[in-house]
Ligand binder design. Structure first.
Ligand code: PMP
Length: 440
């Protein structure tokens, strides 16, 4: 076995040093560049765990930002990928049997989806959702909300996690973006119905689309007021703007029908990713047939859509196996039950230690904000979170065999592979790590 007790095991420190020589910063995503973790090299993952190059075991609640809802290296998903590899790989022309089956499955599960296209990432799905919204309406403006993340492309690369003095003003997450692109995005406060009504009153005729994480999970968990989602639906319908639910996280993790089934509010377009294929690279964009038929996959249609790897047979097989298991086994029942246990248990731990904390989340997602109540509803509420505590105890969790990402406001995830014993360990480890942080 790689790692555990092996003399020939690769040393994490030396691999990390080699990485830094040839990979900028030593990692392949800006979101993996984490202070304190620069020597971590991962060599194995299975079920609820991963192992580093020095053989240390971690129970994983980071879960790669969310995809492996079934757990790492799920045997049924692996078997499906291996099986399709016996007969098919990427041909890049026409359509394959698996793509037809997957599109039918997605259209059957997600209320807003008449037709659907596959991408390799969530960012591509949100990019194309905005492009087709502009193509359909001939309008320029996009509305997004402070705290929501929709990928790395320019129209949405602003106001995700902002410093207090950058809330309420344009706050790009990157340099190199044309100011005119940033100017075409209006940023509003999540759960603020009056702000939405005012933006439509002033700019309605120019708004191509509203894009929203129905539950903003990129800042932990802000649960939506039902009237807020209803107001988005209402204003978009009246103004002829496209309502996009970005369900890259909420889709399948919270419900097979996404947050739109839970809320009963149906967007015009939906973007999906992550949990569809349990970790294989996938995104999807689906919605109303008249909008989807504007894509150039439809003969003569104007909105260009392409991607060499779209609908890769291995990824499609992984998605079909994942969705089958989500449908046929009590996955949601299990992760919801463990999620409730974790939230109740953490609440007790923090109370015992006399720490002000709001433990929140939904289903398999949990997050503890270090602040007094009530449960936050907007990004502004999250400014009261004690980031030092949030990051500090998470940096100590690995000493106790637990991994949660030590980045401010990041949520944690439970998978079907996690057990009650894993939850017990999480609660004990958190108690110890928080106590150490208080003592430091
Ligand atoms: N939308 C949401 C809600 C996301 O959480 C993410 C990824 N964190 C994306 C879009 C982008 O997906 P990807 O990283 O696959 O491009």
């Amino acid at each position: 076995e790689l790692g555990v007790n092996s003399r020939s095991a690769p040393s994490g420190t030396s691999l990390a040093e080699r990485a830094r020589r040839v990979i900028p910063g030593g990692v392949n995503s800006g979101q993996r560049s984490i202070p304190g973790l620069t020597d971590l090299v991962i060599t194995r993952a299975s079920g609820s765990r991963f192992w580093d190059a020095d053989g240390r075991e971690y129970t994983d609640y980071h879960a790669a930002f969310g995809p492996p809802l079934l757990g790492h290296n799920d045997p049924d998903v692996n078997a499906a990928v291996a099986a399709v590899g016996q007969r098919l790989d990427l041909c890049g022309v026409a359509v394959t049997d698996g793509e037809v089956e997957l599109a039918e499955t997605l259209a059957g599960l997600i209320p807003s989806i008449d037709k659907v296209l596959l991408t390799s990432t969530g960012s591509e799905a949100t990019f194309h959702a905005l492009r087709v919204s502009r193509a359909a309406t001939g309008r320029r403006l996009v509305v997004k909300f402070q705290g929501c993340y929709h990928g790395w492309h320019d129209s949405v690369s602003l106001n995700v996690i902002s410093a207090p003095d950058r809330v309420g003003v344009p706050d790009p997450i990157s340099t190199g973006i044309l100011p005119e692109v940033l100017d075409a995005t209006l940023v509003l406060r999540f759960n603020d119905v009056a702000a939405v009504r005012a933006a439509f009153a002033e700019h309605g005729a120019d708004i191509a689309a509203v894009i929203v994480e129905p539950v903003p999970h990129n800042v932990g968990c802000l649960l939506p007021d039902q009237e807020f989602l209803a107001a988005l639906r209402d204003e978009c319908t009246r103004a002829g703007s496209v309502l996009i639910f970005d369900e890259v996280i909420t889709g399948f993790r919270h419900d097979l029908g996404g947050w739109q089934r839970i809320s009963g509010i149906t967007p015009d377009l939906t973007t999906l990713g992550k949990a569809i294929a349990n970790g294989y690279p996938i995104g999807a964009l689906g919605g109303r047939a008249d909008l989807m038929d504007l894509f150039s996959t439809h003969p003569g249609a104007p909105a260009f859509f392409a991607g060499t790897y779209n609908g890769h047979p291995a990824v499609v097989a992984a998605a079909l196996a994942t969705l089958t298991k989500l449908r046929d086994e009590p996955v949601h029942e299990h992760v919801y039950r463990l999620g409730d246990r974790v939230r109740a248990g953490l609440t007790e731990v923090f109370a015992d230690l006399g720490v002000d904390a709001v433990v929140t989340g939904y289903g398999s997602v949990f997050v503890s904000y270090f602040m007094s109540g009530p449960v936050p509803r907007t990004y502004d509420d999250l400014l009261r979170n004690d980031a030092g505590m949030f990051i500090g105890y998470r940096r100590r969790l690995p000493e106790h065999g637990i991994f949660e990402l030590p980045l401010n406001l990041k949520r944690s995830h439970i998978s079907y592979a996690h057990t009650d014993a894993d939850v017990d360990r999480l609660l004990e480890a958190t108690r110890a790590a928080v106590a150490d942080t208080l003592a430091a």
